[in-house]
Design a protein around this ligand. Structure first.
Ligand SMILES: C[S@@+](CC[C@H](N)C(=O)[O-])C[C@H]1O[C@@H](n2cnc3c(N)ncnc32)[C@H](O)[C@@H]1O
Length: 212
């Protein structure tokens, strides 16, 4: 489902910050080599993440779902030199691709990849440590990722969950992914630990700000 016309989207993108040359190359490479390249969040979502990170002066970032590394590198580009991006990814093939791009970036030292199932990785991370979390992995674990992430997040920190509209599937869920996302939205909506806002940006971005 297209929520905004291609013409409007192109206009917005042409009047927004542009991707670095390396990020453009990463997108081209992903479209040339991956079977599901549309998993990349893309510059529209990427610029929104960068804006939030800059506004909140976030330094410690956690990503759940790296794929070929677009959003991890995009976020790393706007955090300070001593900032970190910890990114979780299950598949070795994606770790290889993302690493080959990170290694060419001046921001490479900020990024650490945690390979394996994210539910296990999250158990090993520091509580109350992250300023910003981006959740963009398998949809059926979204609620668990959110519940674990909220503990890893500092008070006042931000969690963004991608694909929370699932092309409209969440309105009347007919498959397990749509149901999992609708359940996650309900859970967050009744969670008094956060201020939340579901923005109809691309496939839906749920922004959650943890109470101070
Ligand atoms: C939508 S893609 C992430 C896109 C990425 N954030 C970007 O903007 O380019 C989801 C990724 O999550 C990974 N993934 C799926 N299940 C996972 C799990 N249980 N643990 C860690 N990563 C997982 C997939 O292999 C895939 O690369």
């Amino acid at each position: 489902m297209k929520f905004v016309s291609s013409e409007i989207l192109a206009y917005c993108e042409s009047h927004s910050n542009k991707d670095s040359e390396l990020l453009k190359e990463l997108i081209e490479h992903t479209y040339a080599t991956e079977t599901a390249p549309q998993m990349i969040s893309g510059s529209h979502v990427g610029n929104f993440l960068q804006s939030l990170i800059k506004m909140t002066k976030s330094k410690n970032i956690l990503e759940i779902g790296m794929f070929t590394g677009y959003s991890a590198l995009k976020m790393a580009e706007v955090i300070p030199k001593d900032g970190i991006v910890h990114t979780c990814e299950l598949m070795e093939q994606h770790v290889q691709t993302a690493s080959s791009f990170f290694n060419r970036s001046s921001h490479k030292d900020k990024i650490s990849i945690f390979k394996g199932p994210a539910t296990e990785t999250l158990e090993q991370l520091k509580i109350n440590f992250y300023d910003f979390v981006f959740i963009d992995a398998d949809k059926q674990n979204y609620c668990e990722y959110y519940q674990k992430a909220i503990k890893l997040l500092k008070p006042g920190g931000v969690i963004v969950l991608d694909n929370m509209l699932w092309s409209g599937g969440v309105i009347d869920p007919k498959d397990i992914d749509s149901q999992a996302l609708a359940d996650t939205a309900e859970y967050i909506n009744s969670d008094d630990r956060v201020y939340n806002f579901l923005a109809p940006i691309r496939d839906g971005l749920m922004v959650c700000i943890k109470n101070e």
